[in-house]
Design a protein around this ligand. Structure first.
Ligand code: CAA
Length: 258
């Protein structure tokens, strides 16, 4: 299916999704969010796809929710329309691994979208921020919760109360992004990381993603118990036998997702 706001390519077993509203620095309007949720849902069901990379342009991953679309909305509109919540929930529900490859601005909803992904690779020109306070609102798709979990209360509070941007180097130091790479190499690097994940057993990748995500939802002892059960369950898979046999036979494993 062709989307109006996304460009999609499948490279080997990795789906590369480019946000494509250059005239608005990829601002997330309701159409883009709906298309992105749809594309991720389809990628989840597509056996050819084993990992997903979401990116924007060199200037902007996404400069936030679309202010022009939102400016005349009432409380009743926001409370009753589909606009953000439902599509954001569908994006977060993606079961396959999703990497955000962020160059340029990741602001407001753009920063929130990057944080909904499993991890963020940043170009050296990336700028993260939650500047909603300058518009008389607050972050609306998880920014107050996720940024605080990533970088801690003090930095999140300062960024959200002042609207200041964080450069890539500070974002890496603060734990918001996994790595910073030169802007020109961002896509190549993101695809290479996604390829590495795509080589693993899809069963253990899904289990690992789910277990790490539980760390944000559960107490430590509940999370450790969840992990233990999932770990034990993986011993029922052929891929566990294959992975361990390959180690002992000093060869590369051939996972079959079984
Ligand atoms: N919504 C709609 N349009 C946007 C936009 C946004 N969030 N961000 C940029 N644009 C548009 C601009 O209006 C402009 O279009 P026109 O030429 O038609 O006026 C075009 O993109 C280029 O933008 P600029 O001319 O402003 O580019 P710049 O390089 O001078 O500045 C910028 C770049 C600092 C990112 C600036 O565009 C900016 O501050 N954008 C808004 C950032 C923001 O406040 N984001 C939060 C949005 S609210 C939100 O996200 C709520 C939520 O949590 C869900």
């Amino acid at each position: 299916m062709a989307y109006k706001t996304l460009l999609i390519e499948i490279k080997d077993s990795v789906e590369l999704i480019r946000l494509n509203r250059p005239e608005a620095l990829n601002a997330l309007n309701s159409e883009l969010l709906c298309e992105l949720a749809d594309a991720l849902g389809k990628a989840d069901l597509d056996p050819k796809v084993r990992a997903i990379v979401i990116t924007g342009s060199e200037k902007a991953f996404a400069a936030g929710a679309d202010i022009k679309e939102m400016s005349e909305k009432s409380y009743a509109d926001m409370a009753t329309e589909r606009l953000f919540a439902e599509d954001a929930d569908r994006i977060v529900a993606t079961r396959k691994p999703v990497i955000a490859a962020v160059a340029g601005y990741a602001l407001g909803g753009g920063c929130e979208l990057a944080m909904m992904c499993d991890f963020i690779l940043a170009a050296d020109n990336a700028k993260f921020g939650q500047p909603e306070i300058n518009l008389g609102i607050i972050p609306g798709i998880g920014g107050t919760q996720r940024l605080t979990r990533f970088v801690g209360k003090s930095k999140a509070m300062e960024m959200i109360l002042t609207g200041r941007f964080m450069e890539a180097e500070e974002a890496e130091r603060s734990g918001l992004v996994s790595r910073v790479v030169p802007a020109k190499k961002l896509i190549e690097e993101a695809l290479s990381v996604a390829d590495k994940i795509a080589e693993k057993s899809a069963i253990s990748v899904a289990a690992a993603k789910e277990a790490v995500n539980r760390a944000y939802e559960l107490t430590l002892s509940e999370g450790v118990r969840f992990e233990r059960t999932s770990f034990q369950g993986l011993f029922a898979t052929e891929d566990q036998k294959e992975g361990m046999a390959a180690f002992m036979e000093k060869r590369a494993p051939q996972f079959r997702d079984k």
